[in-house]
Design a protein around this ligand. Structure first.
Ligand code: KIV
Length: 263
């Protein structure tokens, strides 16, 4: 059965967790959807895990459209979410144009990084039939502004601001919020405050859904591995489909993320 934004909304209303993972090509998209993963994200993390850059900033809209089309050909019913890469949502017009290209390539919705200042963009996209996810907290495209990949929302003011931003974005029409690297208590409060589904990565088990970068979930990592990552290949027999099924099951039964994956 095809997963839509309505399916995820129903999951939230019924207290059922949903799963999401990145994929960038047809083979892994096929495996992710076969494993029962609800949302496939064509993340601009492809700039790091596929292209070897040290950030997501060099990724172009053409890169995103190419990988979105590859994923769409392999997908078997998961919701396809594609990232608007660096600066393509800097104005509402650019965001509309960039979203057009990703939706035409096969995306079912787009993801934009930022906060309340994206409200007009979210409303414009929604009016034009583009469902939107807003990625908040640690937004990797702002790594230079943050001075590194740091946990966000640690102090009271920053936590309050995140929750206010979430409310503004929900009112503007955002379908989903994605929270990266924020303390568990802040993510819990934010998830309970909004009625739209919240996907977490490094944000604790109380979020409505979870996402991981495919390479992290399969243990294809180099150097330091982020605290919120679990390698789902470790307890299996080396079978990728089985590892993805284990990830999906762990998200849905609430065993991932565990306390050691939280901030
Ligand atoms: O680009 C990406 O893969 C992402 C995830 C880390 C959520 O945005």
């Amino acid at each position: 059965m095809k997963v839509t934004v309505r399916t995820l909304q129903q999951c939230k209303e019924e207290g059922r967790k949903f799963s999401s993972i990145t994929a960038y090509d047809a083979t892994f998209a096929h495996l992710a959807s076969k494993a029962g993963i609800d949302v496939i994200l064509i993340g601009d993390s492809l700039g790091m895990v596929l292209q070897g850059h040290d950030s997501t900033l060099p990724v172009t809209l053409e890169d995103m459209a190419y990988h979105t089309a590859c994923v769409a050909r392999g997908n078997q019913g998961s919701l396809i979410m594609a990232d608007l890469p660096f600066l393509t949502a800097a104005t509402t017009e650019r965001a509309l144009d960039a979203s057009h290209k990703l939706m035409a390539a096969g995306a079912n919705m787009v993801k934009i990084e930022g906060g309340a200042w994206l409200a007009d963009t979210v409303t414009l996209l929604k009016r034009n039939g583009v469902p939107v996810c807003v990625h908040m907290g640690l937004t990797p495209q702002a790594v230079n502004a943050f001075g590194g990949y740091r946990v966000q929302g640690r102090d009271e003011d920053a936590a309050e601001q995140l929750i206010k931003d979430a409310q503004v974005l929900e009112a503007a029409g955002a379908d989903i919020l994605l929270l990266e690297c924020v303390p568990r208590e802040v993510a819990t409060k934010l998830t309970q405050t909004v009625t739209v589904p919240v996907i977490g990565i490094g944000a604790g088990p109380e979020c409505d859904g979870q996402v991981l970068v495919m390479h992290d979930a399969l243990g294809f990592t180099q150097g330091k591995v982020a605290r919120f990552v679990r390698n789902f290949m470790l307890n299996g027999n080396g079978d990728v489909l089985q590892a993805l099924q284990a990830y999906d099951a762990a998200v849905k039964d609430g065993s991932f993320p565990a306390p050691e994956h939280c901030f």
